[in-house]
Design a protein around this ligand. Structure first.
Ligand code: ZN
Ligand code: ZN
Length: 194
């Protein structure tokens, strides 16, 4: 599981206005996964991205504080598929999805959209596959263990060290997200689940 990204991995929105990097530490301690779930797909469709299906969405599960925004942070905007849904962060300038986070900074978890990175050579191999369609019509997870272990380890370290407060997505003092979420209506949501 240990990897050795030597340097930070750059990312940007499609138009380049919002840009930053995933730190080497973030890449080394993250879990690279692919997800076939309906919400990941709906999230991309909402932002007018190409439909990933039948392929999955590639995500780096990581500590939010290891995502550094170096420019254009004012474009950071927020969407939720439902009132209790995960926070889906995107760049308002060009509708590029950036990352998904939990609803509170006190559970420091981010799923970074790998598609935002120009060069993924600093990332480790894909270890986990979520919601994989099965021949019987059901879905199952492959190698969920490393993803859960990775998440719990990162959350514990982040909480103990206090580094969770360095998240770019929340005001650590108030716990409020830095953008006001657009929450989809039932009708809007239904249109995203073909
Ligand atoms: Zn942009
Ligand atoms: Zn998913």
């Amino acid at each position: 599981m240990r990897r050795n990204a030597a340097k930070d991995t750059a990312f940007s929105c499609d138009c380049g206005s919002l840009h930053g990097r995933v730190t080497a530490r973030g890449a080394n301690t993250g879990t690279r996964v692919v997800c076939y779930c309906r919400d990941c797909r709906a999230g991309l469709l909402y932002f007018g991205q190409p439909d990933p299906a039948p392929d999955p969405v590639e995500i780096l599960q990581m500590a939010p504080e290891e995502i550094k925004i170096d420019g254009g942070a004012e474009h950071l905007a927020l969407m939720q598929l439902s009132p209790r849904g995960m926070l889906r962060w995107y760049a308002r300038c060009c509708n590029a999805p950036i990352a998904t986070t939990s609803r509170t900074p006190k559970f420091p978890f981010a799923g970074f959209i790998v598609q935002r990175m120009l060069d993924t050579s600093g990332l480790g191999p894909i270890t986990t596959r979520g919601f994989v369609p099965q021949p019987n019509g059901k879905q199952s997870h492959e190698k969920l263990g490393p993803a859960i272990y990775g998440m719990l380890t990162r959350v514990a370290k982040s909480r103990l060290s206090g580094s969770w407060k360095e998240t770019p997505f929340f005001d650590a003092e108030t716990g409020d997200p830095v953008a006001t979420p657009t929450i989809l209506s039932k009708t809007e949501r239904a249109a995203l689940y073909p």
